[in-house]
Every structure is written in C-alpha cells, then in structure tokens.
Design a binder for this molecule. Structure first.
Ligand code: SAM
Length: 481
C-alpha cells in the first residue's frame, strides 16, 4: 500500500480515537495534529493541551502531513487501548520517515509515566513524553526537543487542576461540552491503573468551574458534563490533595464544598443548561447527590454507576469499598427518589479468582437493577497494580464466554427500556446530524437515550419534543411534535 492510501486508511482507523481540530488560521505558523483515546477525561485534557499550545502559536490541523507536531493522548486502562496506541505511534513514524521528516511525535497522558523509557530510549518511537500534570511545561519541552534533546516530564502533582486554562473546544458540536472538576483518583481499586498514571485526587476551585460553565452557556452551549474519575468525591477546601483534607483547620473543613453543593450551584446557572456528570463511584455517592439531582429538572436523570461485579467476595478482592448489599441500597435509594432515573454500569468479567458462582451473582445483580446501558470488559492485567501481584487465573475462553453472557443480558435489558419508551414523548436536545442519514438529527433525552428524527426546520442546540415510534437496543426513532 502506498503512503497516501496508508494515511487515508489510518485516518479512518483513527476515528475510533478522534482527530480533533479547530479552524485553520492564516496567521498560524505552527500546526499540531492531536488524537485522543480512552475516557472523556482524555478528550477534555486534549482541549487543555490545545489551549496551552495555542498560546504558543500552534493551531490544530487534520492533515498529519503538514503537522509540525503530532500528539497522541493515550489510555492505559486496558491492554487493548495500549496496543491501539502503539500502532498509531508506528504509523506516525512511517509518516515522519516518508512524508514529513520535520514532524515531532509526542505522547500525552496516561501511558507517559509507564512507557517513557521504552518509547523514548529503547524503541525511539517518540520525541516528547508529557504526563497529565505537566501540560504547562509543553513549551519548554518542545524547545528542548528542537535543541536536539529528548524531552520528558511525567511528574504528577498534588495541586494541578488547570483551573485557569480556558479549554479550546475541539471537534465539538457547540452544544455539549465537558468541564473537568477533579483530577486523579485515591480509590486504589486493585485492577485499576488510573491512580498510578493520573496521581492523587484533587478538586478544582468551584469559582473557576462556575465561570467556565457560565461562559459556555453564554456562548450557546446547552449541556455540560462535569468530569472526574470519581466526581462524588469532589471536595473543595481551598486547594490541594484530598488526602490532606484532614490536616485543614476545622473552620476550613466546615466551609468546604462537596459534589452535591457544586452540582446545586451549576444547576442554578440557568434552567435551560442541562447538567450531566461522570463518573460516579458507588463507594462515594451520597444521598445528598441523589436529592440534588431530584431537586433540579435540568440535572439529567441518568447516573453512570460502575459496579464491576455482583459478587461481594470479588468486590472485596477488587478493593471497591462496597459490597453487593451496599450497592443495592444505593440503587434502591436512587429508584425511590427518582423512579424514572436511567442507570448504567461498567462491569469487569473474568477478574482474578472469579468463580462460576461469582459470575452468576453478577448476572443476578443485572436482573435486579435492569441497567439501561452497560459497558462491559474482560479483565486485563495492568502492570504495577495490586491485581498484577495476583494470579490472572481465568482462562481466556471462560472470560470470553462470561463476557458474552453479560453482554447478551444487557442487550435484553437495554431493549426492554427502549421498548418502554415507545409511544411516549420526550424532550430532546439536538446535538448533531445523524451518522446514518443527513436528513435526520440526533439528540438525547434526559435519560441519555439517543433519539433520531427528521430535521425539519430545527437547529442544533434546540430542545424539541419527540414522540417515539420505533427503537433498537441502542437508539430511539421518532417524530417531532
Ligand atoms: N473511575 C471509574 C470507576 O472506577 O468506577 C472508571 C474508571 S476506568 C477509566 C473505566 C472502566 O474501565 C472501569 O470502570 C472498569 O470497568 C474498566 N477497567 C478498569 N481497569 C480495567 C482492567 N484492568 N481490565 C478491564 N477493565 C478495566
């Protein structure tokens, strides 16, 4: 395959990650090409990077051949994500060799700390490695590499929240935006690499969050998703790591701001501004958060509540900080206070020592909750996590079979919830043109269900009432009334 064809194919492949772009400017002297993989947090971080580099005269491009620098914002959560990113790096290097020798290659985010030596020294795949707390250092790092050095900064911080950075909204629809509220994670779940790659948990100054959300609404945005690895754990007491909260004075502790307080403040910006948040952690989600959701119509009635397993024994091995009974109590509280609230989960199957009995408990928990959606994964061992010291003892075929069983069950439940909506009318925020038909828009209900309908004279960012006429397990179809 010649290089043009390869580039076309690779850009297509990259769409499972996303190429982000802002309009080209005549004045732009330097161009960056940036791809993001993994969680919403990574996409949000790329917007911070674009903002920091735009101050240095960089503009983004979607054409890798003209890029002065290419960055991949990486994900380490599962082994498969890492393999995808490695392939991308090999591709950038082929472009560099054959098309664009001046181009620098940089790795951002979660893979930085773990693979810095391997990428820089051993495999010579990259020129710059930048960890998630070092984006402000990008300018120096680029200068270093221009001076012929390999540039790396993977220092994790106890304070950095990029509170003052106004993210450049990349590749967006002008309707929905992510706003980061916490960084890092203190939970130390035994399977999870996030605390190692993103550092200790810290919360962002609520004033800067409210300002960012208010500005977004003033600029036409209609929906904000507050982001963090564990949003329920948000705690503002003047700055610094959450683990140091106990060292603060009583007065400071008593005037601290919790996630429920923050949610309430953001919801009050304007009733026409929809609020979502992700991700919740069952060990930290309090009834105060549920009550705040119930109080405000503009807080979407949808909670993503990763459970990971239905077995208390396995939850203990995973160090999740709750058991099956506590999780069920939380679900019951949500259903009692907001009977129509949609709930989704993450589930890991085939974790170390998982028995057939544990797996059955997972299936029975799914039957109890009847999740609206689910994100289900086979366990993959992550280096240096506590679980990496355990035996990854579930045969691949068993992992695969159990995964298929939970996916099948989830599809039944998703279809059940979608069918319940047939004939009913929902308010939908128009977010974009349908991927399958350019005469149709898609949007979402408060329950996070995707709805497709004819465009008519409607516009992006408008709220419309749609009567549901048909569905699959993933999408509703309807007519604007
Ligand atoms: N902070 C959230 C939490 O812990 O509930 C989500 C963290 S992670 C970015 C997203 C999902 O990836 C997790 O909820 C989990 O289901 C999955 N995951 C994390 N580590 C994994 C591993 N080692 N193997 C398979 N799946 C994993």
């Amino acid at each position: 395959m010649n290089i043009e064809k390869l580039i076309e194919k690779e850009i297509d492949d990259a769409k499972q990650g996303e190429v982000l772009s802002i309009p080209k400017s005549e004045a732009a002297s330097k161009k960056m090409y940036i791809e993001s993989y993994g969680c919403q947090m990574n996409f949000s971080d790329s917007e911070i990077v674009a903002s920091i580099l735009s101050d240095e005269g960089f503009h983004t491009t979607q054409n890798i051949n003209e890029a002065d620098i290419v960055f991949v914002n990486t994900c380490s959560v599962r082994e498969k994500a890492e393999q995808t990113i490695r392939k991308r790096l090999e591709f950038y290097n082929s472009v560099k060799r054959e098309k664009n020798p001046k181009m620098l290659v940089g790795v951002l985010g979660c893979m930085a700390e773990r693979l810095k030596e391997k990428f820089l020294e051993e495999e010579k795949l990259v020129d710059i490695v930048v960890g998630p707390d070092s984006y402000r250092d990008l300018r120096n790092l680029i200068e270093e590499v221009e001076d012929g050095k390999k540039a790396v900064n993977v220092i994790l911080s106890l304070e950095e929240t990029y509170a003052d950075i106004n993210p450049v909204r990349l590749g967006g629809n002008g309707v929905t935006a992510f706003v980061s509220i916490t960084r890092g994670c203190d939970n130390m779940c035994s399977f999870c690499v996030v605390p190692l790659t993103r550092g200790r948990e810290r919360s962002r100054d609520p004033k800067s969050i409210i300002k960012e959300c208010t500005d977004l609404f003033a600029n036409g945005y209609k929906e904000i998703t507050l982001l963090g690895q564990n949003v329920d754990s948000y705690l503002w007491y003047g700055g610094g790591a959450k683990k140091d909260f106990r060292k603060a004075t009583k007065e400071v502790q008593n005037t601290s701001i919790t996630f429920a307080n923050l949610l309430d403040m953001v919801a009050k910006i304007n009733p026409k501004l929809r609020i979502r948040f992700s991700t919740s952690n069952p060990q930290d989600m309090g009834v105060d958060v549920i009550d705040t959701m119930a109080k405000h119509d503009n807080i979407c009635k949808y909670i993503h509540l990763p459970v990971q397993s239905g077995s208390s024994r396995l939850l203990d091995v995973m160090k999740r900080g709750y058991n099956r009974e506590k999780y069920i109590t939380l679900i019951d509280n949500i259903k009692q206070r907001m009977p129509d609230c949609a709930i989704s989960m993450d589930m890991i199957t085939g974790f170390c020592s998982e028995t057939e009995e544990d797996h059955k408990e997972t299936l029975s928990l799914m039957d109890y909750v009847k999740y609206d959606y689910g994100y289900m994964f086979k366990y993959s061992e992550r280096p240096n996590t506590p679980a990496a010291r355990m035996e990854d003892d579930i045969p691949e075929a068993t992992k695969q079979r159990r995964l298929a069983e939970i996916i099948n069950k989830q599809q039944e439940h998703s279809l059940f919830h979608m069918k319940e909506k047939l004939g009913k009318t929902y308010e939908v925020l128009i977010e974009g043109v349908s991927k399958k038909s350019d005469t149709h828009f898609y949007g979402r209900t408060t329950y996070n269900s995707a709805v497709v309908f004819e465009k008519g004279n409607h516009k992006l960012g408008e709220y419309v009432k749609v009567k549901i006429e048909d569905c699959t397990s993933a999408t509703l179809k309807g007519k604007v009334i």
